[in-house]
Design a protein around this ligand. Structure first.
Ligand code: MF3
Ligand code: CO
Ligand code: CO
Length: 261
């Protein structure tokens, strides 16, 4: 039939829905603030998971990662904990004890009143190497530069280009295999938001679109592989990887970050 690919339309959210997303996003950001003081040498990633699970439940929310994915291999924990060379989707476990010099991304997604708030941060455990600190700072700044491109009329490629130019300019690489995503009542939906790209290309942003920007930046190669657990994504060369994530809404004259405390 030689059909063209017909892209699925991207949902445009009403102001009322965006306020519900802000409530979920605020809860997610507050959860990261809550867990931060526990991120210290000696704590296990299992303990961080337990604390986040209890905090979330006590606020009437649901941890979206728990049982997410294919029924054959659902994600088994409430948060993702991605340490050092782990790019994303690290699984909390009781054998993993944090030590000085580690970097750990904690990615949380509470569902509040049916809406997902998706945000993550990379924390430094005690004193870390100069390279690790530079990586974490570069990753945060690249996310903020990507967010600064969000505005009705701009293109998805503008976001990726801003992130890629900055991260590669600092000598690092941008992960290709995982991208930002539309979010709402559904955890992962259209559009895809690559953290690399070409200015002026891709989908045109419209007021009311809500999606995540969540660059994963590596010290060495951008290439990733997944461990035999089917979830944990690691850098192919074992180099450190960092990530930050916000959920944002497109507005007429700019951007509304929904995952602020
Ligand atoms: N929160 C992650 C994201 O930013 C997704 C985690 S899915 C899980 O998209 F199943 F690994 F938890
Ligand atoms: Co996300
Ligand atoms: Co996330």
């Amino acid at each position: 039939m030689g059909l063209l690919r017909i892209p699925k339309p991207v949902e445009i959210k009403s102001n009322k829905e965006i306020e519900k997303m802000r409530a979920a996003g605020r809860l997610a950001a507050q959860l990261l603030d809550y867990i931060e003081p526990f991120v210290k040498p000696g704590v296990t990633t299992e303990e961080l998971d337990r604390l986040c699970a209890e905090w979330t439940k006590a606020r009437g929310a649901i941890s979206a990662p728990m049982n997410y994915g294919s029924p054959k291999n659902p994600f088994p924990k409430h948060i993702c904990t991605s340490v050092n060379q782990v790019i994303c989707h690290g699984i909390p476990n009781k054998k993993q004890v944090l030590k000085e010099g580690d970097i750990i991304n904690i990615d949380v997604t509470p569902i509040l009143d049916g809406y997902h708030g998706d945000t993550s941060k990379t924390f430094c455990v005690g004193k870390v190497s100069d390279v690790a600190r530079h990586l974490v700072e570069t990753t945060y700044k690249s996310m903020m530069l990507g967010i600064a491109e969000v505005k009705s009329g701009n293109k998805v490629g503008d976001i990726g280009a801003a992130i890629q130019e900055y991260a590669e300019g600092q000598g690092f690489s941008v992960v290709r295999d995982f991208v930002g995503h539309g979010v709402g009542k559904i955890f992962h939906t259209e559009p895809s938001i690559p953290h690399y790209g070409i200015r002026g290309r891709g989908l045109r942003l419209k007021t009311g679109m809500v999606f995540t920007i969540e660059p994963m930046i590596n010290v060495g190669t951008w290439e990733a592989t997944t461990l035999s657990d089917g979830w944990t994504a690691v850098t192919k060369d074992g180099s450190f990887s960092a990530q930050f994530e916000h959920t944002v809404a497109v507005t007429d004259d700019g951007v509304d970050i929904l995952t602020l405390p």
